[in-house]
Each structure stands twice: as structure tokens, then as C-alpha cells.
Design a protein around this ligand. Structure first.
Ligand code: CP
Length: 351
């Protein structure tokens, strides 16, 4: 047997093994064309996606990690807003699964010449694509695209509305450390008003039975969440607790998540100064010490170190920030596999 044959046979064996693993982990029987948010996902369906991501994480950790699972599929990432983690991890996820991945940025596309979102989608659709991964500054844009696309649409963050794959990777990261999510206390601190991560995370963690507590300046709390108002049960926020102080939120928490102050979205003066915000709401070692001893420190990134999170804790022993990023690749592989491999039949009747 020559060396090249050995390598070829090994590659084939790996491919068979991977296909078997994926097939074994594939107990999801809810056909889905799109992933727009997690509000219409059951806890069982979320669990199945996280289980699938376990197998994907094992593949990510291999020396040779190219798989044939999505060979022949074309995925387009279409980002109308800046991104590092989400865009790169979707590209990496698609490529590991063997798909062709093409990146489109709004500034380098015909959008900059005035082409409408609808015509952009129709143009890409005409090239027979399988999935569109979309980030857009306007809430609801991926829903609009999904109404006009035959391909699967994945919401990679829309305005202040939702960021479902970030939530899945957050759930996945916490589950890997604590096991069962039910009954765990999740403290989310920071810019709730403008945070699509907060909305999707609150929905997702609550669906999995965790107790979510939020803390933020009153000016960064949505009006409908303010004391005296009724949280919208249909939106999945029922049971959300608003802490009187950040210390109360963090006290005995299993997870402390700091959110970025989204200065690019804050057109009104919500904060007296970043220094005051950091003093009153920033997560530092003193505040983190109020949480459980083995509490996880999370941040969806990008971080404003020294504002919502101190450098000391951001890179400290309890931080899982980089683990979140790594897990993002595995979770997005699970999502793309679910939509593109199983989604072939669900595309019937779309568009
Ligand atoms: N968390 C997140 O969405 O990061 P990016 O903006 O870098 O994608």
C-alpha cells in the first residue's frame, strides 16, 4: 500500500465515521427551512441542536477536519453590518462541512449602487444557493428575506431584535460546564435595550428552565420591561427578573454575562459617562466574587474592556469568552447541517 493510498483510505474512513456520527446525532425530526430566532423552538429541539453541536465540536478538534456532509452546497454570508466572530465562524463552519462559502459585504456589493435588499436576494437566489446567512442593522430584515428566498435563511443578528446562533453557542458553552441548565441562575448585565443577544438569550435560557435575572441602568431597559408594566408572555419573557442592583443580580449566580455598551446604536444620551457606567454596572473581580465560586463569566463580544468588563476578569480563570467563540464554529456547523442537509426537502414550496 502506497502512502497516498493510505492517506486516501484514511480520509474515506474518516468521512464514513463522520457521516455515521452525524447520522447518529441526528434525531431532530422537526423540518426547518430557516433559523430566524429561537422563540418558536421547543426545548427539545434546542437540546437536539446542542447534541449535534457536540459531535461537530469533536470534528473541529481534529487535525484533518474537512467533512463531506455539505459537499455540493453553496452558502452565502451576507453581512450588512460589521462582524468578526459570527462571519468568520459561519465561513469556517460551512467549509469544514465541505460546502462552498461565498462572503458578500454590503459595501463591496451592488447594494452600494442602490440595489434594493429584495433585488439583491433575488440576484443571489438566481445562482441556486442553498443558504443565506444574513446580518442586517434593521430588525426583521432576515424575516423579509426568508419570505422571498427559496434558500434557507439564517439570522446572524438583526438590529436590536435577535441573534439566535449566539444564544445557541451560549447555551452550549454553559451546558458543557454545568450539565443541566434547568434551575441555574443566569445574570445578564448591561445594555439590554439595544442587545439582540440579550433578547435571544433570555428566551433560550428560560426555555431550558434557567432563571434569568437582568440588571442595567433604567435608561437601557425596554419600556415594556419596566416595573409596573407587563412583560410580554408571548415573546417568551415571562418570568424574567429585574434585579434592584447589579450586586443582587450577580449574587449566587451560576453565569454572569456582561453585555457590550452599544454606542453605535445609542442615539440618545443614555449614560452620564462611560466611567460612571463602569463604576456602577461594570463586571470586575469584586462583583464577580458575589457569584458562585465556579460561576462562568461570559461576554458575546466584542468587549469594551474597562467599560462593561474589567480586563482582569475578561481574561481571568472564570472567563469562557474564548470558549464561546470556539463553540460558535461547532454550533453553526450544527445549524448549517440541520438546514442544508435536512433542509433539501423542506425547500419544496418555498420562495
Ligand atoms: N457576538 C457577535 O455577534 O460578534 P461579531 O459582531 O464579531 O460577529
Amino acid at each position: 500500500m502506497t502512502n497516498s493510498t493510505t492517506v486516501e483510505n484514511q480520509t474515506n474512513l474518516v468521512d464514513v465515521e463522520i457521516s455515521t456520527q452525524i447520522a447518529e446525532g441526528e434525531s431532530v425530526d422537526v423540518p426547518r427551512q430557516h433559523l430566524l430566532d429561537l422563540d418558536d423552538f421547543s426545548s427539545q429541539e434546542i437540546t437536539e441542536l446542542l447534541d449535534s453541536a457536540e459531535g461537530m465540536l469533536e470534528i473541529v478538534g481534529r487535525d484533518s477536519r474537512k467533512t463531506p456532509a455539505l459537499r455540493g452546497k453553496t452558502i452565502i454570508t451576507m453581512f450588512f453590518e460589521n462582524s468578526t466572530r459570527t462571519r468568520v465562524s459561519f465561513e469556517q463552519a460551512g467549509k469544514i462541512l465541505g460546502a462552498d462559502v461565498i462572503n458578500v459585504t454590503a459595501s463591496a456589493s451592488s447594494v452600494s449602487k442602490g440595489e434594493s435588499l429584495l433585488n439583491t436576494v433575488k440576484t443571489l437566489q438566481a445562482m441556486d444557493i442553498d443558504a443565506l446567512v444574513v446580518r442586517h442593522p434593521h430588525s426583521g430584515a432576515p424575516y423579509f428575506i426568508a419570505r422571498h428566498a427559496a434558500a434557507s435563511v439564517v439570522n446572524a443578528g438583526d438590529g436590536t431584535h435577535a441573534h439566535p446562533t449566539q444564544s445557541l453557542l451560549d447555551l452550549f458553552t454553559v451546558r458543557n460546564h454545568v450539565g443541566e441548565l434547568a434551575g441555574k441562575k443566569i445574570a445578564i448585565v448591561g445594555d439590554i435595550l439595544y442587545s439582540r443577544v440579550a433578547r435571544s438569550d433570555i428566551i433560550a435560557f428560560q426555555k431550558m428552565g434557567a432563571a434569568v435575572v437582568v440588571s442595567c441602568p433604567n435608561t437601557l431597559l425596554p419600556d415594556e420591561w419596566k416595573p409596573g408594566s407587563t412583560l410580554d408572555e408571548s415573546a417568551g419573557f415571562n418570568g424574567l427578573k429585574l434585579a434592584k442592583s447589579v450586586d443582587e443580580a450577580v449574587d449566587s449566580a451560576d453565569v454572569v454575562m456582561a453585555l457590550r455598551i452599544q454606542q453605535e446604536r445609542q442615539d440618545a444620551g443614555h449614560l452620564p459617562s462611560l466611567r460612571e457606567y463602569s463604576d456602577r454596572w461594570g463586571i470586575n473581580s469584586k462583583r464577580l466574587s458575589l457569584a458562585n465560586d465556579d460561576a462562568l463569566l461570559m461576554h458575546p463580544g466584542p468587549m469594551n474592556e474597562g467599560v462593561e468588563i474589567s480586563s482582569e476578569v475578561a481574561h481571568g480563570a472564570q472567563s469562557v469568552v474564548e470558549e464561546q467563540v470556539r463553540n460558535g464554529v461547532a454550533v453553526r456547523m450544527a445549524v448549517l447541517y440541520k438546514l442544508c442537509a435536512q433542509g433539501k426537502s423542506t425547500r419544496i414550496g418555498a420562495g
